[in-house]
Write a protein that binds this ligand. Structure first.
Ligand SMILES: *[C@@H]1O[C@H](CO)[C@@H](O)[C@H](O)[C@H]1NC(C)=O
Ligand SMILES: *[C@@H]1O[C@H](CO)[C@@H](O)[C@H](O)[C@H]1NC(C)=O
Ligand SMILES: *[C@@H]1O[C@H](CO)[C@@H](O)[C@H](O)[C@H]1NC(C)=O
Ligand SMILES: *[C@@H]1O[C@H](CO)[C@@H](O)[C@H](O)[C@H]1NC(C)=O
Ligand SMILES: *[C@@H]1O[C@H](CO)[C@@H](O)[C@H](O)[C@H]1NC(C)=O
Ligand SMILES: *[C@@H]1O[C@H](CO)[C@@H](O)[C@H](O)[C@H]1NC(C)=O
Length: 383
């Protein structure tokens, strides 16, 4: 639960961040801004790999005055140095550098924050002579799948990014954060984690970011990919993998070096009697793309059709996803809307933002969502 103090912390963090800087125009040593380093003391072990932890806040950094409080604690108060100090075993497997990227509820993380985070990580991992084996991002679980998906589609090298969170604050009995953090760093230094893009690690499971979603608002067993499954897991803090490294079939990647801002894309949630004028209102308010969280496999109401047609006629792409969150909206020939395929509404929104920011045409935007699935099953199949 948010509190007034969390809001104040979030403002001070925003004031010190520099969201419009890019790798090109920032002095590189300042750009990374490592605020904690296990290597600065006697702890450095040159035979261990280096991992960069970027802390953003969330429940994993959450605190409460009661060890029985799993619901009304304050997220995003414990800093990166304290997170590492709580798990000294991390230093048996890696040297740790820490960046306090933000410290807030994941509901307050913005698209601009995640673009900046991706630039930092691409600089840290993918530049020549990079000194890091992998990166770990600590994050609130509520929007974790969104940040993980963004990092996945914008990562420019084969090193792993592991996104980790917790469902219980650090002060709870059986807090899950310390174990999850140790598992995340363990995965980040595993050579077999390479070439899998961004990975979500919680509760002894490893999921590929492109497919993984949050499935339960409260329980420890929340992240998963209901259709595609996990790619691996951990036993006694040791990773195992069900498959060799693979790239999700439908994954598109996007360049970010030349992007400094992302356009607004809004999600409209469909249900009985929803007001389709919200589509028009969103565009009037600046949305450059629309995602509809459709009722099933992407059916639109008759009442929405003129609003959708008007948006498309204005050059505003309309992507149809499904509020079911699992399953597929199938592309069909001749449609004026774009079918999201297997991307749920929040991930569709992000992909549309990055297509628009890269000046994709309407056709190229459509291809980024539909082409791979369309070429597999044809455009005639209906949902
Ligand atoms: C680096 O982090 C420190 C500590 O949070 C902050 O005071 C400083 O402004 C940051 N520098 C840059 C360039 O972001
Ligand atoms: C450094 O790490 C190596 C590899 O895990 C280990 O064998 C060695 O004992 C460590 N050295 C120290 C001083 O901890
Ligand atoms: C980490 O190293 C310490 C000191 O050598 C040892 O007591 C501890 O069991 C190690 N932890 C793991 C998880 O191997
Ligand atoms: C890795 O490189 C960054 C950026 O130059 C630097 O700030 C950091 O201290 C280095 N860390 C280690 C462990 O070498
Ligand atoms: C997209 O087009 C705008 C307007 O022409 C331009 O300013 C911007 O640099 C382009 N973005 C990219 C990523 O090429
Ligand atoms: C977009 O795709 C459609 C269908 O493939 C095609 O008819 C149309 O010419 C394309 N438009 C542009 C501008 O490429």
């Amino acid at each position: 639960m948010r509190s007034f103090l969390a809001g104040a912390l979030c403002l001070s963090v925003l004031a010190s961040a520099a969201p419009t800087l890019s790798v090109r125009d920032v002095p590189q040593t300042e750009f990374l801004n490592v605020t904690y380093s296990s290597s600065s003391g006697s702890l450095h072990n040159s035979s261990l790999p280096n991992v960069l932890i970027l802390a953003t806040g969330g429940t994993i950094a959450g605190s409460s005055t009661s060890s029985e409080d799993d619901t009304h604690y304050q997220a995003g108060v414990i800093g990166v140095a304290a997170l590492v100090a709580a798990v000294p075993d991390l230093l048996n497997i890696s040297n740790i550098d820490g960046v306090q990227f933000a410290n807030k509820n994941s509901g307050d993380i913005t698209s601009a924050d995640v673009l900046q985070l991706s630039k930092l990580i691409n600089y840290a991992l993918c530049r020549s002579h990079s000194n890091y084996t992998g990166a770990v991002v600590t994050h609130g679980t509520d929007t974790l799948e969104e940040t993980a998906f963004t990092l996945d589609i914008t990562l420019s090298c084969s090193k792993p990014i592991v996104i980790v969170g917790a469902m219980r604050p650090a002060t709870a009995t059986s807090a899950d954060g310390p174990g999850n953090l140790l598992e995340a760093v363990t995965v980040a230094v595993d050579p077999r984690a390479k070439g899998r893009g961004a990975l979500i690690v919680l509760n002894d499971r490893i999921g590929q970011a492109w497919y993984t979603i949050k499935r339960n608002a409260n329980t420890l067993e929340t992240f998963g990919a209901p259709e595609q499954g996990f790619v691996g897991g951990l036993l006694s803090y040791t990773p195992f993998w069900y498959y060799p490294a693979t790239r999700p079939t439908f994954k598109q990647t996007f360049k970010i070096a030349a992007i400094n801002t992302l356009p607004a894309v809004e999600i409209i949630y469909a249900h009985e009697s929803y007001n389709p004028k919200l589509i028009k209102d969103a565009i009037s308010d600046g949305a450059q793309g629309i995602v509809i969280a459709g009722t099933g496999a992407g059916d639109e109401s008759l009442a929405a059709e003129p609003y959708i047609a008007a948006a498309v006629a204005q050059g505003v792409p309309v992507v149809i996803s499904t509020k079911i969150n699992v399953g597929c909206v199938v592309p069909s020939a001749g449609s004026d809307t774009i079918a999201a395929g297997f991307l749920n509404p929040v991930k569709s929104r992000i992909q549309l933002q990055y297509a628009l920011a890269n000046n994709y045409s309407m056709n190229a935007t459509r291809a980024s969502f539909e082409q791979v699935l369309g070429s597999m099953i044809g455009y005639g199949a209906s949902g």
